[in-house]
Ligand binder design. Structure first.
Ligand code: ADP
Ligand code: MG
Length: 480
């Protein structure tokens, strides 16, 4: 095989479906929750009984607009729903309610940080639609079964411009989008469970050219890893075709995880003609300026803003910043923790990442369930910074406070300090000097470098001794 892939460029565009976490469905009040029991979340509207009428769900519009605002989209304050007609057994109405001519959000952008630097992905639009039901093929040897629980669950579909050039950009985008919708609390965006899924459009072109060649669309990818594999496979396949003098034909593909390959499911020739038209049963969606302002004000500090704050102002590494920005509660906690003492920026981040978050995970607890306030943790960490406690002692305090609900963190620190105060520091220093007479002599004659050595010895021998006071005692010898 020739190694000519470097002279080709891969072009990728995404279509992402986000399942919203509304209580009820998009056009009726059936519960939108997942249920393992088939056909239990299905009233007359979900079942598409003749004569039933849809009723729009304000929460879906709100979710779409808030996502659009967070991504700098232009909000279409006058839009409408359309019918997208096609036949499929899990689509009882024979059409899906969607938007085509007037998507609720237009344009917009998402800025990514990848290992190759910064990158902006332009968003084409975001529209509202409803999900279909599910055909289940593996519960009966003869029959396929239809479960309509999911029919009518509200979705947002986001379409990007073909701005991605690598699989890494795609996986970073999916991670960032997932984090964003969780911050906005509009979806749990769990790819494995299908509440966020994407179609990946891939084409290739010779590096340096500006043309767009024919593309293939890989449908319904449900993990970042599969997205990466599908892109890698598909671009290699297309490059091989072009290099063999053949042409890529427009196809809809499916990714087969077991084999890591894409296979065609339909050709362009058989593509659907959906015969879109405005749904006469639904009124147009008008969004007032006041409503827009209310929704704009409800947008919390976004993960991208936290990432910028943590890396630029708090001087954390991107990796650490990402861990802290993963969950809005953790990000807010960190900001509060270092608010009064910027000197703690780095050590507080370390403490959260190495001690507190693993502990919370292990205990299956939320930050709000910690047995002490953020100020108390700040107090503990500043004791370490001041050298009053060493890290090991601080860890001991942490273990005590997280295993017994009795004492307060401040009391535990004071206890540790009282215990430390019982050291006879001048005596300890004299003992040390007599164990290392040569070094002690040099030190007293002014060899400052030995200070670290003596401190180290003392810390080893007397864990918990107040380091600062020992240092002062040692310095007195140096001066005299
Ligand atoms: P259509 O209307 O034919 O479905 P769209 O313009 O809506 O096509 O694009 C659908 C998706 O395909 C978008 O995500 C877009 O970014 C992507 N796309 C368009 N052209 C290309 C291309 N040449 N290579 C890869 N992706 C593309
Ligand atoms: Mg399209």
């Amino acid at each position: 095989m020739t190694n000519s892939t470097s002279s080709w460029e891969t072009i990728i565009g995404l279509e992402i479906h986000i399942q919203l976490n509304t209580l009820t469905k998009a056009f009726c009040d059936d519960p939108a929750r997942f249920s393992t029991e088939a056909n239990t979340q299905t009233g007359y509207v979900s079942l598409a009984h003749p004569g039933t009428l849809p009723l729009p769900n304000g929460k879906q519009v709100e979710s779409a607009v808030r996502l659009g605002l967070a991504l700098d989209c232009t909000i279409n304050t006058h839009s409408w729903f359309e019918r997208k007609q096609y036949f499929y057994p899990d689509l009882p109405k024979g059409y899906q309610i969607s938007q085509q001519a007037s998507p609720v959000c237009l344009g917009g952008r998402m800025d990514l940080e990848t290992s190759q630097g910064s990158k902006t992905i332009r968003i084409h639009h975001i529209h509202m639609e409803e999900d279909a039901g599910k055909s289940v093929h593996d519960t009966d040897p003869v029959w396929s079964r239809i479960d309509l629980n999911r029919a009518g669950v509200p979705l947002l579909e986001m379409v990007t411009e073909p701005d991605f050039r690598t699989a890494e950009e795609v996986t970073v985008f999916l991670t960032d989008l997932q984090r964003l919708v969780r911050y906005l609390d509009i979806s749990d965006a769990n790819m494995e469970e299908g509440s966020m899924r994407c179609d990946v459009n891939v084409s290739v072109r010779p590096s340096g050219s500006e043309e767009y060649r024919e593309r293939c669309e890989v449908k319904n990818i449900n993990s970042r890893r599969f997205a990466r594999k599908a892109i890698e496979f598909e671009s290699a396949r297309q490059i091989a075709l072009w290099e063999a003098g053949q042409a890529v034909v427009r196809q809809t593909m499916q990714f087969v995880p077991e084999e890591g390959v894409t296979v065609p499911i339909r050709q362009k020739e058989s593509a659907h003609d959906y015969r879109y038209f405005p749904d006469p049963d639904l009124p147009p969606i008008k969004i007032s300026q006041a409503q827009l302002d209310t929704w704009r004000n409800s947008i919390p500090t976004l993960p991208s803003e936290y990432l910028r704050l943590f890396t630029r102002e708090k001087n954390l590494s991107l990796a650490d910043a990402q861990v802290l920005a993963e969950d809005p509660e953790v990000a807010r906690y960190y900001v509060e923790l270092v608010q009064e003492e910027p000197a703690l920026n780095k050590s507080a981040a370390n403490w959260l990442i190495q001690t507190m978050l693993p502990w919370l995970r292990e205990q299956n607890k939320k930050i709000g369930e910690l047995p002490f306030g953020v100020k108390s943790l700040g107090f503990l960490l500043s004791q370490v910074r001041l050298g009053v406690l060493n890290l090991q002692q601080a860890q001991e305090v942490w273990i005590q406070i997280t295993t017994s609900s009795q004492a307060s963190l401040e009391d535990l620190v004071k206890e540790k300090l009282d215990a430390a105060r019982q050291f006879d520091i001048p005596g300890v220093v004299e003992d040390l000097f007599s164990s290392f007479p040569v070094e002690a002599d040099e030190f007293k004659k002014g060899k400052k470098k030995l200070l670290g050595f003596f401190l180290g010895e003392i810390k080893k021998k007397f864990p918990g001794i107040p380091v600062k006071e020992v240092q002062e005692a040692l310095n007195r010898y140096l001066a005299g």
